[in-house]
Design a protein around this ligand. Structure first.
Ligand code: TYD
Length: 154
């Protein structure tokens, strides 16, 4: 099954939304393959946000992302990358659709609670960037047969 990288950002940590955000992913039917708390270094952030290096807000996001430790999660599921992006909502949180994580709980572009990989290729790179193989787990959850059809599990 497909995997993607989620970061729970400092605004979510500071606002006490960790549990609610993880619950949204769990209740959707996505499975956690890995989870950890970490302090982002300048080097890791430069690599992670390299596509934004020439933007005026680059320094701002790096400072923001270092305000607290963040939580990195590797989620697993069918079409997980696209499904997760939809669940998070668009970047500008105050315009994100109600029902999404950003749409329900955030107002800002920078402080938009979560990062989610934006393509399968990026997801593969980002999962490797944040997790060693030994930190990712394969296990069965009891509800799998209630979440997917037999065809979808093949
Ligand atoms: P981006 O990869 O464009 O969005 P997304 O997180 O939805 O994939 O941008 C990465 C982060 O950079 C974004 O979550 C918040 C921050 N950012 C700003 O602070 N100002 C901006 O104008 C943009 C576009 C992004």
């Amino acid at each position: 099954m497909e995997r993607t990288l989620i970061l729970i950002k400092p605004d979510a940590i500071g606002r006490g939304l960790i549990g609610k955000i993880i619950t949204r992913f769990e209740e959707k039917g996505l499975k956690l393959a890995g989870i950890k708390f970490l302090k982002l270094t300048d080097a890791l952030l430069s690599e992670h946000y390299s596509h934004l290096a020439d933007k005026p807000f680059f320094g701002g996001i790096k400072r923001f992302m270092q305000l607290t430790p963040v939580i990195a999660i590797c989620l697993e599921g069918l079409d997980c990358v696209e499904t997760t992006r939809r669940l998070c909502g668009i970047t500008k949180a105050r315009e994100a659709a109600p029902g999404t994580i950003r749409g329900d709980w955030a107002m800002s572009v920078q402080a938009n609670l979560v990062h989610a990989s934006d393509s399968i290729e990026t997801a593969n790179q980002e999962v490797k960037r944040f997790f060693d193989d030994s930190e990712l787990f394969e296990y069965e959850i009891a509800l799998t047969s209630m979440i997917y059809s037999e065809d979808e599990l093949r």
